[in-house]
Structures are given as structure tokens and as C-alpha cells.
Design a protein around this ligand. Structure first.
Ligand SMILES: [Zn+2]
Ligand SMILES: [Zn+2]
Length: 343
């Protein structure tokens, strides 16, 4: 009986192996076809009257496998706009299946590296993978110098690839992007930088001393308003940009957690970390002050990003926003990479 069962099992294994071997090519081909047919998510370029906001990076200058640095995608009217592109942002956008070659324009808030580290990857990948027009990259004065620097870094790559692939040589200009610099006249705090088919985007000066200029952006479409803060402390200068926002994608700093951590860092001999933590505190948005300002500005939904310290689980996320609800009565969300908000 046992022997019969063994023979039957052996026959089954051999049979399956034979089917597997004979069907192997078909299986491999099917999996190749599956891979080749993977499509981007065209909802990001849908012209359906909605606004989609994707958090493609909620981290800070800390380099991390768990999240990307600063990155927010806003899409409306069939167009996609990217605000900042820190380290890991391109991979994060890929994970969300964003059709990257369709990006309308990139807006950089300021030139702390965690806001543009992945810009070279984004422009270079666009050129290699079929983008037909140079990607416009807008930012404060200094944008041209930053893009020139990337162009210099990628010049050899551009030469090699162009020599190998005539179609890339034909689109040489796409390899380096197109810089646009936001200029403010004396006393001016806000400039319209985009106005097309119902989408307007204003650049607004925010408070991130000693970084100057540092910009936030105000996005409007079909009566909805979104404020993308960039890096800023909580300051009255941001009130105008925040007022009545349906969504504020705002940088956030849990000062109560950092204050608690600093003495422990010192006790553990982590003087360097304690010094960094103390020095970053004044030029970021303390959560409690932010809650008060969002309430005063009538913000409907406050979406926290650029999270310091990074709350990497449910419990810490609760601690992270402790006390904010005492002052802010609107909807409050702690951002996470890959999160999509639809308005
Ligand atoms: Zn930053
Ligand atoms: Zn910064």
C-alpha cells in the first residue's frame, strides 16, 4: 500500500516536471509579456475635474531606505506638477506608477539638497526613456546654476548614449532640462509662475532663514486651493498662502519629541546628533504652532510631510501629532510615501 502511494507520488512529480519542462518556454514568454505590458497609472493624467495629490516623499535630509526625501506630485486637468524631488523620489514615483514622461513642470522650493537630490535622475531618465521636450524645472534664483551643474555631471553620459543611439542624439536637448527662475521685485512676496487651462500656480516666499529665497507654492484649480509649504518655520508671512486652503501639504517638526530626545542623546554621548537636532529646530514648523496657524487660516485638511523625527509606526504617528487637535479642528493626516489624496 505504502509502495503504491510512493509510486503514485513519484509519477505525479515526474508528470508535473515534464509538463513544467515542456510548458517552460510558454511560461517564460508569458511572464516577459506581462512585464512588457505593465502600464503606468493614467489616472494621474486624467482630465476629470479632480485634483490628485501623491506624496512621493515624506522624509527629511536623513537618507533612508524606508522613505524618500521631499516630493509631492499634484495632478489636475490632465497635467502633472512635481514639487521637489529629493533622494528616492524617482523610485517612489515609479512605485506609484506615475507616467513620468508626462510631467508638465517641476517646482523646486529651495536648494537644501533633500529637495533636489534626485533631479539629475529624473531628467536623465526622461531623456533615455522617451521624453520629447526638455523638462521645465522652476525654482528660486540659483536654479540655472543647479541645472548647469547637473548638465556638466551628465555630459559624458549624454555623449556615450547619443553615439550609441541615434534617437537619443536627435533629442539631445532633453538630456539637460530647462531652468526657469522665479524673480521677485522689491517688496513682492508672491509671483504667478503658471497659468494654463484653469490651473494656476503661485510661488510665495516662506520663512526658512538662512535659506533665502525659500519658496512655497499655491496651486489652484476649479475653486480648490492647495498650499505646498516647502521648508518653513511657522510664520505670519505664510498666512496669505495658507488662508482657506482646501489642503495644506506642510512640512512638520515634532519639537516636543526632539526636545525629549536631546537630553538622552547627550547622556548617550551623541553630542553631534544633539547639536544637529537643536540647530534644526528654529527653522522648521513646530507642530503645535502649525496647528494654531492652520486653524487661524481656515485650512480644511492639514497633511504633514517632511516629517522630523520620522514616525515609522502607528504608535509613534499618534505621539507625533500629540496636542495638535487641541488647536486645530480640521482634518489632520500624517503623510506616508505613496499616499494619494483626491480633491
Ligand atoms: Zn528639507
Ligand atoms: Zn530646507
Amino acid at each position: 500500500m505504502v509502495r503504491k502511494t510512493l509510486y503514485a507520488a513519484l509519477a505525479l512529480v515526474i508528470g508535473l516536471a515534464l509538463i513544467g519542462y515542456l510548458g517552460r518556454d510558454r511560461l517564460i514568454d508569458a511572464s516577459i509579456r506581462g512585464k512588457l505590458q505593465e502600464q503606468p497609472d493614467m489616472a494621474f493624467v486624467a482630465n476629470d475635474g479632480r485634483i490628485r495629490v501623491l506624496l512621493c516623499g515624506t522624509g527629511s535630509p536623513e537618507v533612508s531606505a524606508a522613505k524618500a526625501q521631499a516630493c509631492t506630485l499634484v495632478s489636475a486637468g490632465g497635467r502633472m506638477f512635481l514639487f521637489d524631488v529629493g533622494d528616492g523620489a524617482v523610485r517612489s514615483l515609479e512605485q506609484s506608477h506615475v507616467p513620468l514622461n508626462r510631467l508638465e513642470r517641476v517646482f523646486i522650493t529651495h536648494f537644501h539638497s533633500d529637495h533636489f537630490n534626485d533631479l539629475g535622475t529624473l531628467i536623465n531618465a526622461g531623456w533615455i526613456w522617451g521624453r520629447t521636450t526638455p523638462l521645465e524645472v522652476e525654482g528660486p534664483v540659483g536654479m540655472r546654476a543647479v541645472l548647469d551643474g547637473f548638465a556638466q555631471s551628465y555630459a559624458l553620459d549624454e555623449g556615450y548614449r547619443s553615439a550609441n543611439m541615434p534617437h537619443l542624439a536627435e533629442r539631445r536637448g532633453v538630456a539637460f532640462g530647462k531652468p526657469l527662475e522665479v524673480a521677485f521685485t522689491d517688496g513682492q512676496r508672491r509671483v504667478r509662475v503658471y497659468d494654463k487651462d484653469g490651473v494656476t500656480i503661485d510661488a510665495a516666499l516662506v520663512a526658512h532663514d538662512p535659506v533665502a529665497p525659500a519658496l512655497g507654492y499655491v496651486f489652484r484649480y476649479r475653486g480648490k486651493k492647495i498650499f505646498v509649504s516647502g521648508d518653513t518655520e511657522v510664520s505670519p508671512v505664510n498666512m496669505d498662502a495658507m488662508r482657506g486652503a482646501d489642503l495644506a501639504v506642510h512640512e512638520s517638526y515634532a519639537a516636543h519629541m526632539v526636545r525629549r530626545a536631546v537630553p538622552q542623546m547627550k547622556a548617550l554621548g551623541m553630542q553631534f546628533e544633539a547639536e544637529v537636532a537643536t540647530r534644526t529646530m528654529p527653522y522648521h514648523a513646530d507642530n503645535i504652532a502649525l496647528a494654531k496657524q492652520a486653524q487661524a487660516a481656515g485650512v480644511k485638511h492639514l497633511l504633514l510631510t517632511h516629517l522630523i523625527p520620522y514616525p515609522d509606526n502607528f504608535v509613534v504617528r499618534r505621539l507625533y501629532v500629540e496636542g495638535m487637535a487641541d488647536y486645530y479642528k480640521g482634518k489632520l493626516t500624517v503623510g506616508q510615501d505613496g499616499m494619494v489624496i483626491i480633491l
